[in-house]
Design a protein around this ligand. Structure first.
Ligand code: AMP
Length: 217
């Protein structure tokens, strides 16, 4: 198969963004993150950004038609001709079907769907300890990735803060909502025989290796 479209699924706190970027480097494919594309459109004030703004501010999903159009436009760019690592998309069965149709029309399809599995208690510990740089948004963690100087960003010296939705109660609710959504995708791709589960609890490098192995499995 000449194209490799990989979908990465995983709850908040599973390290999906980091792993998607690493997997993209390992496989020489672009890392296409729907959240990043929306944030970029918002920052540039494009029509797409305007459409997505209110939903993003409320923390809700942007409607499927807007999201699908944005992603298919991105995937039609030449750098994605050989495939891509999809991060944050699809987020609904409607999006998954639209992706299948678009890739199918080109004679291809999603190659593999990797689900990063991390136990709820571990996710709560990770989400609860997360700090973010106010200036450059670099993420830190009290246990897994502490800054060299407490409260200060290693990269830019900016002040670190904790997002309100990184408290344990909010995190628990966030996980519940997220899992309801992801469960439908897990079902969809497992029926299609494309799903592989990868243990997301080891060291970053070990998880990365397991993901690469699961792509070929
Ligand atoms: P993320 O960085 O993945 O958390 O995405 C940030 C925001 O972008 C989300 O809260 C949604 O409002 C929007 N978004 C990202 N991906 C999708 C998607 N696949 N479907 C709908 N909305 C999305």
């Amino acid at each position: 198969m000449s194209e490799t479209y990989i979908v990465l699924l995983g709850p908040p706190g599973a390290g999906k963004g980091t792993q998607a970027a690493g997997l993209a480097r390992s496989l020489g494919l672009p890392h296409v993150a729907s959240g990043d594309l929306f944030r970029e459109a918002l920052a540039k004030g494009t029509e797409l950004g305007m459409k997505a703004k209110a939903y993003m501010e409320r923390g809700e999903l942007v409607p499927d038609d807007v999201t699908v159009a944005m992603m298919l436009e991105r995937l039609a760019k030449p750098d994605c001709a050989g495939g891509a690592i999809l991060d944050g998309f699809p987020r609904s069965q409607g999006q998954a079907r639209a992706l299948d149709e678009a890739l199918g029309a080109r004679g291809g399809g999603v190659s593999r769907v990797l689900y990063l599995r991390v136990a709820e208690e571990e996710l709560l510990a990770r989400l609860g300890g997360r700090w973010i740089c106010r200036d450059c948004q670099a993420p830190y963690h009290v246990r897994n990735q502490p800054p060299r100087v407490a409260g200060r960003c290693d990269r830019c010296g900016g002040a670190l803060y904790q997002r309100a939705d990184d408290s344990v109660d909010t995190a628990r609710e966030r996980l519940r909502v997220d899992f309801r959504e992801t469960a439908r995708l897990i079902e969809y791709y497992s029926v299609a025989g494309k799903l592989a589960e990868v243990d997301g609890e080891g060291r970053i490098e070990d998880v990365a290796e397991a993901l690469v192995a699961a792509v070929g499995a």
